[in-house]
Design a protein. Sequence first.
Length: 218
Amino acid sequence: MSFALIPVKNLRKAKHRLSPLLEEQERYLLCLTMFEDVVNALIHSKSLDHIIVITSDNEVLTKAKDLGIKTLHDSGKELNESLTIATNYCMKIGAKNVTIVPIDIPLIKPEDIDEAISMDENSEKMVVISPSKDGYGTNLLFRRPPNIIPTKYGVRSFEKHRKTALANNINFRVYKNPRIALDIDKPEDLIEFIKIGKHTKTFNMLQKLHLVEKIKQK
């Protein structure tokens, strides 16, 4: 079975680098709506059997329940520990592969996920990474089997994941996709997003709160 993991930390404390553009409540609503965009893409993927949200955030737990998504309480001290716990859980219930997707890539589409997962279907040991726009981060990580390499999220995670896979002679692929590459983390990311993200719930939320014009004026 194919699983997707979405790790979500406390949304009230997220995206401080967007503070020049958005107030705290606006950043919270942005994160919650981006989460919904990402979940909708995963739900409509043809390649996934199960989606699990890893979080201890009550608002995210409620939203996930509303969307019909299974949740796993986040008991890890940091992201990589949380993902290790979640990966082990997935394997215990039958996962043959796991795809990790963050919440801050609202442009992602179902076909993007399908393409990443199907890059080399005949390989028993496989790692696929979709990098961030700057090439340093990991915006999608596919592993078959799920624990074939440990997650190494943090500074320059793309290179850390790549080196770990190659050092262990694991089939490794880079999936470059502009929609996945644009993670909303800095003001310039949000400015770029509003130019191309009109089809998303995230854009509609920003527009409804009159934030699109506010962002354009910055």
